[in-house]
Design a binder for this molecule. Structure first.
Ligand SMILES: C[S@@+](CC[C@H](N)C(=O)[O-])C[C@H]1O[C@@H](n2cnc3c(N)ncnc32)[C@H](O)[C@@H]1O
Length: 229
């Protein structure tokens, strides 16, 4: 087994920072398998599963895994989301680099994810609020959230676990999650981005004089986010 010399992007490095030493991980939508290859070759994870829906991406993964001589430690698998998985395959299930709407689709109707011994790491590229809403409405808690800049773009990632909670959250929580606890520039930037996005939507609805109840809901969320700007 070789240590991969290639550095991870700042985005994937942020995702990797959620993984604890000894965790067996499953990387769903792995594409090139950079993340599991990095985690295994740096001896953070003893083994990993790297899966993808596409044969093309899995071929990319195969190249990386064989080149680094990691094939005895990383299992490559074609799977539509969690379709081919069972809970005993891994301790931590990672969904990075996919849209939030797709991530929610991949979690819906998979009952075994409601297991407090499993941890999930998400790095949605868009609609992170859909992922957080799904999680908090289904008894999961967000444990940790981080953000970073990578090539001029701001990314977030968070970890979650099923705790069977029915905790009540402010309406703004799906949009900004735990980022108000962080003091770094990228977290502030992401909160402002969510604020501006919602404001645009509310202003457009106001201009068109439609969806008054949605406008009211968005204004409420905006006023909550203002406390963190
Ligand atoms: C943009 S790449 C992200 C690669 C890597 N996870 C990262 O963060 O850099 C998204 C990958 O998700 C895969 N994908 C899309 N839909 C999927 C699904 N339903 N199940 C598994 N993988 C999927 C795509 O084939 C693609 O390789």
């Amino acid at each position: 087994m070789e240590t991969l010399r290639t550095k991870l992007s700042d985005r994937l490095q942020m995702v990797a920072s959620f993984v604890n030493k000894g965790d067996v991980i499953a990387d769903i939508g792995t594409d090139h398998a950079y993340l599991p290859a990095y985690l295994v070759s740096n001896k953070i994870c003893p083994k990993a599963i790297a899966s993808d829906i596409g044969t093309g991406p899995l071929k990319n993964a195969e190249k990386i895994v064989f080149r680094a001589n990691l094939h005895q430690h990383i299992k490559l698998m074609i799977s539509d989301g969690l379709e081919k998985y069972s809970p005993d395959n891994a301790d931590v299930f990672i969904f990075a680099g996919m849209g939030g709407t797709l991530i929610v689709k991949l979690l819906e109707n998979i009952d075994w994810i409601k297991n407090n011994e499993k941890r999930f790491i998400f790095q949605p590229m868009s609609h992170s609020e859909d992922v957080i809403s799904f999680l908090i409405n289904n008894g999961f808690e967000i444990e940790e959230e981080k953000s970073c800049f990578d090539s001029g773009r701001c990314y977030i990632a968070f970890s979650a676990r099923y705790t069977q909670t029915s905790k009540k959250y402010d309406e703004c929580f799906p949009y900004i999650g735990l980022l108000p606890n962080n003091s770094d520039e990228s977290s502030k930037h992401f909160i402002s981005k969510q604020y501006n996005h919602l404001k645009k939507r509310a202003d457009a609805l106001n201009c068109a004089n439609i969806n008054l109840s949605e406008q009211k809901e968005i204004r409420k969320i905006l006023s909550q986010i203002e406390n963190y700007l």
